[in-house]
Write a protein that binds this ligand. Structure first.
Ligand code: FAD
Length: 424
């Protein structure tokens, strides 16, 4: 006689994506185990560090649907009111604004540690979710009816069974390899150098993306903290995300603060003011990766375990949040059996187009702006010009930037009448 699995769902990895999925399922009635290797305050926690992330307007809607957006907002998020896009040494530039989009903001900049604190608090308050941390999923085997998962806590290892294993262990997923998923990874030979700088004038909620032959440079407006409670538009700090060819990373990290600011200013110009006071720099090696098929018997990969993209357009986590929105939608449908083949195939059908589109979009941005050929240079300048001057082109880019058209109807319909229903 077969016995019921220990859990409906085991989530391996309680980082940004795994913890967000758990929150999305907090009212689903499913029994859930979240296994996370590193505690929230660990200095080696890979998901929750000093970074800020740009969340699209659709990601805001996903968190609002989980009833936690107000808590994330209370931690201090900066609305992005407009985005200025330019290319070093060339005439083309484009400008996107929330007024054109008809929304209060194009997106939001939030510190990942603050998001983590809100997610873990919600998990701890949810009676159907158990969080085991620090514990590690060390092995998994799946069959038609369940997945057997080995969980190590210190030197104690136990086996648990589940109807569905959700693998959210990040871009270097060991579990994907153990379960036999095949992925295609290509390094960019670039790292993103992150720092925070102060400007001598307010940012007014404006983000900048500047393309240079060495790689894109993004400035994200940072929340003003207590300077303007509830407003956050008066801040003068920017999070710098500076893509740098591997050969130049060590040098740029070792520059003293003055030399770093000088180089930043030479590359970016003074459009956002004069910069000073950079915080300690950190480099993140960049690669792109996509699994051929994110589902197998009783197992699914989501977030960075399924796809890594260049941070040029700030889309990686947003894409992961849309994985969550769709997976949670299917898991909540009463006629579905948790984790069976039909459910997982429906998930795959619903996610493949969005994943491919974002991967293509970000990769072509990196390639196009790094290319020095005259024809490509002319083409991209014209592209920026058309974006600026042709309303339909601008509308299409706005929808991409805000991620509105790829949400399940439950989360997207109020903001995006074109939001599609899941494929059956
Ligand atoms: C420089 C930079 C800037 C970025 N900016 C943006 C941005 O502006 N907007 C955006 O949308 N995205 C951005 N991203 C992408 C975003 O950071 C990632 O998409 C996101 O962190 C992925 O989350 P994840 O939970 O899938 O993976 P991770 O963040 O890697 O989390 C994986 C978690 O799994 C845990 N884990 C690993 N193995 C195991 C195991 N075997 N058992 C248990 N637990 C395990 C880890 O400890 C970790 O907590 C940026 C990325 C970089 C590098």
């Amino acid at each position: 006689m077969s016995t019921a699995p220990d859990y409906d769902i085991i989530i391996a990895g309680g980082g940004l994506v795994g913890a967000s999925l758990a929150c999305a399922l907090s009212t689903s009635g499913k029994s859930i185990l979240v296994v996370e290797s590193k505690s929230l305050d660990s200095g080696t926690q890979p998901s929750y560090d000093e970074r800020t992330v740009a969340l699209t307007y659709s990601s805001r809607n996903i968190y609002a649907d989980m009833d936690i957006w107000h808590r994330i907002e209370a931690e201090g998020v900066q609305p992005i009111l407009d985005i200025h896009v330019s290319s070093l040494g060339h005439f083309g530039q484009a400008h996107l604004s929330c007024a054109q989009a008809g929304t209060p903001a194009l997106g939001y900049v939030a510190p990942v540690r603050a998001i983590g604190a809100v997610l873990w608090e919600k998990i701890r308050q949810s009676p159907n979710i158990t969080l085991e941390c620090p514990s590690t999923v060390t092995d998994a085997t799946s069959c038609n009816t369940c997945c057997q998962v080995m969980v190590a806590t210190g030197s104690v290892v136990r086996t648990c069974s589940t109807r569905l294993l959700v693998v959210a262990d990040g871009g270097r997923s060991t579990l994907a390899g153990i379960l036999g998923f095949r992925c295609n990874r290509q390094p960019y030979a670039q790292s993103a150098i992150l720092s925070m700088v102060q400007s001598d004038r307010p940012h007014n909620g404006r983000a900048y993306e500047r393309f240079t032959p060495q790689g894109p440079l993004a400035l994200l407006p940072h929340h003003a903290g207590s300077a303007l409670p509830g407003q956050g538009f008066g801040g003068q700090h920017y999070a710098v995300v500076w893509s740098t060819a591997d050969a130049g990373v060590a040098r740029r990290l070792e520059l003293d603060d003055q030399a770093f600011v000088r180089e930043l200013q030479e590359t970016f110009g003074y459009r956002a003011g004069a910069f000073s006071l950079p915080t300690p720099r950190k480099a993140y090696p960049l690669s792109r990766m996509q699994v051929r098929n994110p589902v197998r018997k009783r197992a699914v990969l989501i977030g960075n375990a399924a796809h890594c993209v260049h941070p040029v357009a700030g889309q990686g986590f947003n894409l992961g949040l849309r994985d969550i929105a769709w997976l949670a939608e299917l898991l909540r449908e009463p006629h579905r059996e948790t984790g069976d083949t039909a459910m997982l195939e429906a998930y795959k059908r619903n996610r493949s187009a969005d994943t491919r589109r974002v991967a293509r979009f970000t990769h072509s941005l990196v390639g196009c702006f790094a290319n020095r050929s005259r024809i490509v240079t002319l083409g991209r300048n014209l592209g920026l010009f058309m974006t600026e001057h042709l309303p339909p082109v601008k509308r299409a880019l706005l929808r991409n930037t805000m991620g509105l058209h790829e949400l399940p109807a439950r989360t997207g319909v109020a903001q995006d009448p074109a939001g599609s229903r899941p494929h059956p």
